[in-house]
Design a protein around this ligand. Structure first.
Ligand SMILES: Cc1cc2nc3c(=O)[nH]c(=O)nc-3n(C[C@H](O)[C@H](O)[C@H](O)COP(=O)(O)OP(=O)(O)OC[C@H]3O[C@@H](n4cnc5c(N)ncnc54)[C@H](O)[C@@H]3O)c2cc1C
Length: 431
């Protein structure tokens, strides 16, 4: 019997098993590990569940990932754009002002410099205060509204450190057509030479000596005198301690006798789901972009990742591919659209914008992810605090994007796994 049961085998669960060592094992619902970092293949095209790249501001974790994936990575330079008024504008948008109509560029520049600050209560206020009215209204507000399916005025600012504030020199240079780069921390990134982003969880899995039980859903959790029973219709497992690395909703569902205020707080947490549509084309890419952002409300996707940018193993020779990302609320009209309809709509939008011709499409595929983006609405912090407090009382550690309900990338999830493991080992007297 292992002492520590890890619920969920995404990057968080796999990293926990790696850091905790032989006394731990994973219970994973699906037949494959990797969660949100999984990749898929169709007709020679490999694609991810949503565009993923490897980068980190956390040097220790980046070094850990690089040594884990030694020899398996390409180092690439970001080349992204925003699609605006039928042209490419360099990404981030504020670094591409010279490509705009003169009047738009002038307004963005002037409003950035002369930017009367408003009291800052929500994400919309933060956007206006940080970027000014021009950038806010031309790009940032429509884009964020589209991705989050929430008014920016109904979102809080807890996650905005992900969006760097541009120096005024850069905005002036950008408006004058002098080359500048924003989001420097991800200007260069890594991506597996083959196999897609899934290579990260696969490499983690190779390091944990088979300590993973796949097709084992943690459906029911029962507390005992010595720890926990984790059960489903096929059987049960016993542990002294459990760590939740699966979505928090799954945890609360599996516990009996949850106080109503905790249930309410948990179901009050808002998340977005994601559908991705792969479009395989019978011709090479026509530009040198890795991704493009679409703020327009009449275009169904908000971002396209040109997956073949990552290397020759991602599309058959002479071909290229586009991974189109569409957020929705779970169960809404977009989420419920049939795969055929979704592909048809994506292809129509790409054709209408002049990105492809219908006759070039050789394959399509759809993947859907229920838990993709935690939404930072104004009630999130309070709801999350209630749920976390309850888990703490039960002695259940939380680790991972949807366990902690944070907009974390894989590097941040690995950092969390390292921190949680150290605490658990120390409490057990082994650290
Ligand atoms: C569109 C998109 C783009 C992204 N881009 C990047 C990027 O560029 N770079 C980057 O580093 N990160 C990126 N991320 C973030 C990255 O995917 C996540 O941080 C990471 O995968 C989260 O890992 P996790 O283990 O916390 O959660 P998950 O991957 O969600 O894993 C949870 C696991 O729990 C399992 N599970 C669920 N229910 C149960 C149950 N009842 N019993 C047992 N197991 C269960 C699931 O099957 C899953 O395997 C992106 C995410 C998205 C959605």
């Amino acid at each position: 019997m292992k002492e520590i049961g890890i619920l969920g085998g995404g990057v968080a669960g796999l990293s926990l098993a790696h850091f905790l060592g032989e006394h731990s094992e994973i219970l994973e619902k699906s037949s494959h590990a990797g969660g949100l970092c999984r990749s898929f293949e169709k007709d020679g095209f490999t694609f991810d569940l949503g565009g993923h790249i490897l980068f980190s501001k956390d040097q220790e974790i980046l070094n850990f990932e690089l040594s884990l994936l030694e020899g398996k990575l390409n180092k690439l330079r970001r080349a992204s754009a925003c699609w605006f008024k039928n042209r490419f504008v360099k990404y981030p948008f504020e670094n591409g002002l010279a490509s705009l109509d003169k009047e738009d560029a002038y307004n963005c520049l002037l409003n950035f410099i002369q930017n009367p600050q408003r009291p800052q209560h929500n994400f919309e206020d933060w956007i206006y205060n940080t970027f000014g009215k021009g950038l806010a209204e031309l790009y940032l507000l429509p884009y964020n509204k589209k991705v989050w399916k929430t008014e920016p005025s109904a979102m809080d600012m807890q996650w905005v450190e992900r969006i760097p504030k541009p120096p005024v020199e850069d905005i002036i240079k950008s408006a004058m057509g002098l080359e500048t780069e924003g989001y420097i921390h991800q200007l260069h990134f890594y991506y597996p030479k083959s196999g897609g982003f899934q290579t990260l969880p696969t490499s983690l899995e190779e390091n944990i000596d088979g300590r993973i039980n796949k097709n084992f859903a943690a459906d029911r959790l029962v507390r005992t005198d010595t720890g926990w029973i984790v059960a489903n219709k096929d059987g049960e497992k016993r542990y002294e301690k459990i760590i939740c690395a699966m979505p928090i909703f799954e945890l609360i569902k599996s516990l009996g006798d949850v106080p109503p205020e905790v249930e309410r707080a948990c179901w009050g947490l808002v998340y977005n789901s994601l559908s991705v549509v792969l479009i395989g084309l019978n011709r090479p890419r026509k530009h040198d972009l890795v991704s493009c952002f679409f703020p327009q409300s009449d275009i169904i996707f908000h971002r396209v990742v040109f997956q073949d940018y990552f290397g020759k193993n991602y599309a058959p020779e002479g071909c290229s591919s586009m991974l189109c990302e569409i957020t929705s609320r779970h169960g809404d009209e977009l989420w419920s659209m049939s795969e055929d309809k979704l592909c048809e709509r994506v292809i129509d939008d790409l054709c209408r914008q002049g990105f492809i011709d219908k006759s070039e499409v050789v394959t399509t595929a759809v993947q859907r992810t229920k838990y993709a983006y935690p939404v930072y609405d104004l009630r999130r912090e309070k709801n999350l605090q209630i749920v976390k407090e309850y888990c703490k009382e039960l002695g259940i550690e939380l680790c991972g994007r949807f366990a902690e309900f944070q907009y974390d990338n894989s590097d941040q999830v690995i950092r969390s796994a390292k921190t949680v493991s150290a605490r658990v080992l120390q409490e057990a007297g082994a650290g």
